[in-house]
Design a protein around this ligand. Structure first.
Ligand code: PSU
Ligand code: MN
Length: 305
């Protein structure tokens, strides 16, 4: 274990005992949900993991220290209204640590830090991917390249339809990342259950997912993507979704938003313009992903025993 990581005591003892641990990211809290709502969701996510029989490890960098598992106070700090944390992808971890800064971790950095700590299971909302127009802009999330290299399973609700979903799936294939649909043959599109794109593999329960993940780990060093569609009752109305998406894309163009600000600005637009409908959807899907990640983490420990 690297001394560059600080593991919460509870997480360290679960790992030492071979008990299930589920990593959670912090960018979704600091940049994806509004203050007030984010702390409530953060606490509920941790509770869902505990209720399912695993230990939650929310990951963030505070004052230059990568933390694997946060105390209640640290979680409040990440979610505080004026926290103004940087959004840290994996390439930003070195600078943040070296300069003693604080920031929230994305899928890329959370997956890498989790793997370094010995945690193989990670739940989040949406994965970053290939942006539309990437052939010109080269905007491809580092999430994809990192999943190629770290043996972490990411449970998410696919990617947002603002991305080029077909290209995202191609890049995952190139990077040897298996994509498993959970009780679906279609890749989910975050707020919507279906994207029209097929997934190569389907699993129907936690035990099947665990069997695939264990076998993958024996043969490859890349991560696994377990794609879990948003619960039916919380799926967004497609018309509302398409309208917000079109508006959001216009907004990005008009304001000249690019790079790492794209997702936060777009999410903000969805949340304000839908008067909270997208927030409820976002919350429902991430809680459902935490629940699924927990049952797969528990199944993995059982199958290894
Ligand atoms: N997708 C969402 N909500 C999010 C993100 C993605 O629906 O909060 C965040 C995640 O932390 C993800 C990151 O890892 O955005 C990807 O950012 P970028 O495209 O700049 O790599
Ligand atoms: Mn990008």
């Amino acid at each position: 274990m690297t001394p560059q990581l600080s593991l919460h005591e509870e997480v360290a003892s679960a790992l030492a005992g071979g008990d299930p641990v589920v990593a959670l990211e912090s960018t979704i809290l600091s940049h994806g949900l509004p203050p007030g709502r984010n702390l409530d969701v953060a606490r509920r996510l941790e509770k869902v993991v505990r209720d399912g029989g695993a230990v939650p490890a929310t990951i963030a960098v505070l004052d230059g220290v990568p933390l694997i598992g946060l105390t209640g106070e640290q979680l409040e700090r990440v979610c505080a209204p004026g926290a103004d944390l940087d959004k840290l992808s994996l390439r930003d971890i070195g600078p943040a640590v070296g300069l003693g800064r604080s920031g929230a971790t994305t899928v890329a950095s959370t997956a890498a830090l989790a793997a370094a700590a010995g945690i193989g299971m990670f739940a989040t909302g949406g994965l970053g991917g290939v942006h539309q127009g990437a052939a010109q802009s080269w905007d491809v999330s580092a999430d994809l390249g990192v999943l190629a290299k770290v043996p972490t399973t990411v449970v998410c609700s696919g990617v947002k339809s603002v991305l080029d979903i077909a290209a995202t799936l191609e890049v995952l294939e190139t990077n040897s990342v298996p994509v498993l649909g959970y009780r679906t043959c279609e890749f989910p599109a975050f707020y919507l259950r279906s994207s029209g794109f097929e997934v190569p593999w389907r699993v129907d329960d936690a035990a099947q997912a665990a069997a695939v993940i264990a076998a993958h780990r024996a043969h490859a060093s890349s991560g696994v993507l377990l794609a879990n569609p948003i619960p039916e009752a919380s799926e967004m109305d497609r018309e509302l979704h398409d309208r917000l998406l079109a508006e959001g894309l216009e907004l990005l163009k008009a304001r000249g938003v690019h790079g790492k600000d794209v997702t936060p600005v777009l999410l903000e637009h969805f949340h304000t313009a839908s008067e909270g409908v997208s927030l409820d959807a976002n919350e429902a899907l991430v809680l459902s992903n935490a629940e699924l990640a927990t049952s797969v983490a528990v199944a993995l420990v059982k199958s290894a025993a």
